[in-house]
Design a protein around this ligand. Sequence first.
Ligand SMILES: Cc1ncc(COP(=O)(O)O)c(C=O)c1O
Length: 448
Amino acid sequence: MAPSLLYPKISTPTPSIIHSEGNYLTTSDGRRIFDASGGAAVACLGHNDPRVKEAILAQLDQTAYVYSPFFTVPAAEEIASFLTESTDGKMERVFVVSSGTEAIEAALKMARQYFTELREPQWQRTRFIARKQSYHGNTLGSLGTGGHKVRRAIYEPILAQNVSHISPCYPYRDMKEGESEDDYVARLADELEAEFLRVGPDTVCAFVAETMSGTTLGCVPAVPGYFKAMKEVCDRHGALLILDEVMSGMGRTGTLHAWEQEGVVPDLQTVAKGLGAGYAPIGALLVGSRVVDALSNGTGGFIHSQTYQGHPVACATAVAVQKIIREEILLENVRVQGQYLGELLTERLAGHPHVGDIRGRGLFWALEFVKDKAIKRPFPAEEGIAQKVHRTGLEKEHCISVIPGAGVADGVNGDIVQIAPAYNISREEIELIVTRVEGVINDVFGAQ
Ligand SMILES: Cc1ncc(COP(=O)(O)O)c(C=O)c1O
């Protein structure tokens, strides 16, 4: 029978997974694939955790669904409190949605509403400044905010025109020879300042950035002082700072919130993937007091809602996941094993002629591939190197899943793969990941 499911490449079914347990995915043709990427940096507890399943069943027994504009449930209250308390109250309220994209859409709309709650002339604020080589989701609003050239390309004519893009913080390619980190940060802050002035500082709602960039740039930690400098520019012009931690948040970089390592607090923050660890679709928008106060003292509510927001089963899932992360002190493991992963990748692969850069933080690492290492020349996009590494990894000789990404160098060319394993990974499993990844790379490029 012809398949009905629309696969990413319509004519090619993706491998079918018939069971998943811990770090392993079992395919219908008998491969046991080590999930070194948690899907797309999602499955942070590994697969098939009985405690999470139990929490899901308990919630189903209690209440499967309520419409959140009418009713609340204890699990929704609990996950919201957990999140605000985890910021020491720096973020004051939480709006629970079903994905990262939805969290970003909510953030953009809330930023706009914030300024409509203030008196004229703040109403003129309709613009956003984001970064090139960024990703914030795939609906029209979130895609229009991101700077992912290839994903935007055919939709460009129907994307909103109120977003402009400045350079990301990407020292491997963009820091000049002999430039200090401080000078690089100052140059990027000047670029943001110039963009505010170009579009009109009093027309900008917010600057939007991934605290640690995800698949579009590949696990690049910001240069020290970068976010402080960017926030200063936002503050000077009265604009909000929106930090997108859909991929980098909820512990992935070694602290529950990636911004804790950057010395800034956002006005709005999005989280998703690690929040529910893949056991249920869930994302959230965390809202700081400046915005909460404006809405409370203005119209009194957020002019936005969706049928499945605050879904009880998703909330109960997230409560269970976050309890396990806290009780098992897993973020300590993220920091320790993450450092080991970085060291081992560097030891084994830094000398490879096609591995240009190895970067990351916590359990969030990327390898950037280059055709010519001396001049950092990327492979042409047509060669599909990242996809090739991903596909080769899934073959029975390797059995490892990593996340491919392309366009890092200039939006079109430039390949990476990301490694983002579960937070409870062991030292031996880190060694297994690096050994298998090394094997895949040697297979794709030929042993060096
Ligand atoms: C930084 C970032 N923002 C937003 C999104 C969109 O999230 P979702 O795919 O859950 O809609 C992603 C997804 O990869 C992401 O990495």
